[in-house]
Design a protein around this ligand. Structure first.
Ligand SMILES: *Cc1c(COP(=O)(O)O)cnc(C)c1O
Length: 329
């Protein structure tokens, strides 16, 4: 994996002036052309584990438009790791935007129905898969395991070298990224920050338990008990805008306007929901005057390809990612 540091820059917007906050954006979306954002962070140590361990390949899970599947397939291609994707949905998704790339890069896709896909965390299903694919390293959906936490924690290390800030905002899907940020912020050398996750799915309260247990397993596994408990983090669950992958025309309009005003592209499934939440929080007085906010741009722009393909977004307004037919990246 190419090792690099993502840049941090200021965002300008009239509401930031009005409410006297400063907002910077950490551009993890620019870490890599294809292995975007938080998926790059989460895969980093997983890939080391696969290449240094005794594995013949890697297997993971995802939906048919998954950013994780897309990133994982390319990362495995870079490292010559045979890879398998257990994909929720039917065979006819194989040629959609995301999966045609993943397959182009060598991923073997196995389609399973919703009922089977729901078993993706069950130990008996995982042992079945281990028998089918012996010596494959299995990475959970979204890449969120303990190795991912270590990768994401490095965002905080970088930020502490780049700036002083009060509050960090991130979108939340499986919670792996938020957990990594919290874990990284338990550092004796620097003050802890307020870390705020914006859940993009409905009824995301169950994630609180997942995050706590991921944090606890990390505390147990650390050789040096550096970790002091972090209590200044929050999961906001009321900004999902109808559920995972859902958004209204008005949401898209507001986001397009924000993208135009700031010159940064946020898509409506993850990072865009963080932006819309931030704007609502601002006008409701959630941030104090003088508050120094950092937004984590988690990437996910390949997702625009699928949404344009499905007619959910307009290709005149959104930058269409390249298709396989356009040639290689
Ligand atoms: C996967 C993804 C997330 C969610 O990350 P989790 O670690 O699953 O919470 C956020 N933003 C983007 C762009 C993603 O692709």
């Amino acid at each position: 994996m190419p090792n690099s540091l993502s840049i941090l820059h200021k965002l300008e917007h009239p509401l930031f002036d009005k409410y006297q906050v400063s907002v910077q954006i950490k551009r993890d979306d620019q870490l890599h052309d294809i292995i975007s954002g938080n998926k790059w962070r989460k895969l980093k140590y997983n890939l080391t584990q696969i290449t240094e361990g005794n594995y013949v390949g890697a297997l993971t899970f995802g939906g048919s438009y998954s950013n994780h599947i897309h990133a994982f397939a390319y990362a495995c291609k870079l490292q010559n790791i045979p890879c398998i994707g257990i994909i929720r949905g039917e065979e006819n998704y194989a040629n959609n935007f995301t999966l045609s790339w993943a397959r182009h890069w060598g991923m073997r896709c196995h389609f399973v129905d919703r009922k089977t896909y729901r078993r993706r965390f069950d130990t008996d299903y995982l042992s079945e898969l281990k028998q089918l694919y012996p010596d494959y390293f299995i990475i959970p959906e979204g890449g969120s395991n303990s190795l991912a936490i270590s990768g994401v924690a490095e965002v905080i290390t970088e930020l502490n070298q780049q700036t002083e800030f009060d509050t960090l905002l991130t979108p939340v899907g499986s919670g792996g990224t938020l957990t990594g940020l919290i874990a990284g912020d338990c550092n004796e050398q620097y003050p802890q920050h307020k870390i705020v996750g914006v859940a993009v799915l409905k009824q995301a309260e169950y994630l609180l338990d997942d995050i706590e247990s991921l944090l606890h397993s990390r505390i147990k596994s650390q050789k040096t008990p550096l970790l002091t408990m972090h209590s200044n983090w929050h999961l906001l669950t009321e900004f999902h805008r109808g559920g995972y992958g859902k958004f209204s025309n008005a949401d898209v309009e507001r986001l397009l306007e924000f993208n135009q005003q700031t010159g940064v592209i946020f898509e409506p499934v993850y990072s865009g929901k963080m932006i819309l939440a931030m704007l609502d929080l601002l006008t409701h007085g959630y941030f104090k005057p003088g508050e120094r906010i950092v937004l984590l741009h988690t990437g996910g722009l390949q997702g625009l390809g699928g949404m344009i393909e499905q007619g959910r977004l307009n290709s005149d307004e959104w930058p269409a990612p390249k298709t396989v037919l356009d040639g290689t990246f």
